[in-house]
Design a protein. Structure first.
Length: 120
């Protein structure tokens, strides 16, 4: 009896059907995964900015930067990170503003500052 070295047509069709089902289930969720990745990157960037501001606060006797974050570059952080969160603004907000004065733009966290997305 001759031994077969290849796949039968049925085996190939079964594999193609399984791959098609997987693609149909996963493909619609890809934009969701991309948005989650962007959100995670933004949270990481904001954490880096927060750490830089806390170091600035410590070095300057308990005073946060008053008007802009430019005074923390490049000593405390190489550059101000981009903040992009899809869905947080109709035109997709991009940019960051720090408020170090309580109740100017809204409630702040326990450290006395917050972030506001601005369109650039």
């Amino acid at each position: 009896m001759r031994k077969s070295k290849g796949f039968t047509l049925i085996e190939l069709m079964v594999v193609i059907v399984i791959l098609g089902i997987l693609a149909a289930v996963i493909a619609p969720r890809i934009p969701q995964f991309v948005n989650k990745a962007k959100e995670g990157r933004t949270k990481g960037n904001l954490g880096t900015l927060r750490s830089s501001l806390n170091i600035y606060y410590s070095d300057n006797d308990g005073i946060y930067p008053v008007d802009t974050l430019g005074c923390i570059v490049p000593k405390y952080i190489k550059k101000i990170p981009d903040v992009v969160c899809p869905g947080s603004h109709p035109d997709t907000a991009s940019g960051v503003v720090a408020d170090t004065v309580s109740n100017v733009m809204g409630p702040t966290d326990s450290s006395g500052w917050d972030f506001e997305n601005v369109r650039t």
